[in-house]
Design a protein around this ligand. Structure first.
Ligand code: CP
Ligand code: NVA
Length: 301
């Protein structure tokens, strides 16, 4: 039994196995209807709890659909419908849920919830996003990049805007998959835990940052766990880091743009750039399904 909490805790060979298996799972689905079972339903007889303390479209649907395709059953519930909202401890919740279900996926605004859950759960736990990280998104992004371009090893990935949870997982992925990761945004909003990273760079000027990049990545300037006061401070500081057609003129012509969605047009990315890369964003979202199915299989391996 394994937990999938952060990319840094998993070896490169295991991450590579997950990605290879994701490609097989995706390939097998080409002739099947969305609700049809996989040819080898790996979650047959299993129940998975999807516990969401924050809103979600992609994560919630992709896990739910993936579990169905793998022959399992999901119970999807928002934490405000649970006694967690009446201050029941996560440690108690973990022990109780472990008796009912075979796996727990948690989205939370407090990364410590995930640590409490894994320490007290007898079943595998998957991080469906926390204030600190979003490993499912980033592993699916690596899969998408390699599907569209080829190996990410040695490539230059530039993150623009807020160095948030998704950005933190990119930094961890850079260490594992051996790519250069540059953050361009207000220095105070850069990713956590950059000390000692051999793959990290900071560049204040966005035009310099994107020079020779293979991939630009951005995300909302305001994550779900941030307060209104934090949000108002951020907007003006981030303005220079919007991905526009103008900024793309400073990149290689084949440079890709990623956005994990939801998108806030003409904030972190211009409407024109969204139009140009929307198909890519849809591939990122689709691949969440295949990669998460493989992550669930790996957790039980
Ligand atoms: N990208 C992502 O995790 O989207 P949701 O918030 O809709 O799950
Ligand atoms: N980073 C943003 C979006 C993630 C899907 C957030 O945490 O709200």
């Amino acid at each position: 039994m394994k937990n999938f909490i952060d990319i840094q805790e998993i070896s490169l060979s295991q991450l590579r196995n997950i990605l290879e298996d994701s490609a097989c799972l995706k390939n097998f689905r080409t002739k099947l209807l969305k609700g049809e079972l996989d040819t080898e339903p790996a979650l047959s007889g299993r129940i998975v709890a999807l516990l969401f303390k924050k809103p979600s479209t992609r994560t919630r649907f992709s896990f739910d659909v993936g579990i169905t395709q793998m022959g399992g059953k999901s119970i999807s519930i928002s934490s405000n419908e649970m006694q967690l909202s009446n201050a029941e401890q996560m440690t108690d919740t973990a022990q109780v849920l472990s008796q009912y279900v075979d796996m727990i996926v948690l989205r939370t605004d407090n990364h410590h919830d995930l640590l409490d859950l894994t320490e007290n759960s007898a079943v595998p736990v998957i991080n469906g996003l926390s204030n600190f990280s979003h490993p499912c998104q980033v592993l699916a992004d690596i899969f998408t990049f390699e599907e569209l371009v080829g190996s990410i090893k040695g490539k230059k990935v530039v993150w623009l805007g807020d160095g948030n949870n998704v950005c933190n997982s990119y930094l961890q992925a850079a260490e594992k998959f051996d790519f250069e990761f540059v953050y361009s945004g207000p220095k105070a909003f850069g990713p956590d835990n950059v000390k000692g990273s051999l793959h990290y760079g900071y560049e204040k000027d966005p035009e310099n940052a994107v020079d020779s990049a293979d991939l630009l990545v951005t995300d909302t300037w305001f994550s779900m766990h941030q307060t209104e006061m934090e949000r108002s401070k951020r907007a003006t500081l981030m303005e220079d880091y919007c991905i526009t057609e103008g900024l793309l003129r400073s990149t290689k012509s084949e440079c890709l743009v990623f956005h994990c969605m939801p998108i806030y047009r003409d904030k972190e990315i211009s409407t024109q750039v969204v139009e140009r890369f929307f198909k890519v964003f849809l591939s990122q979202a689709e691949n969440r399904l295949h990669v998460q199915k493989s992550i669930m299989k790996w957790c039980f391996s």
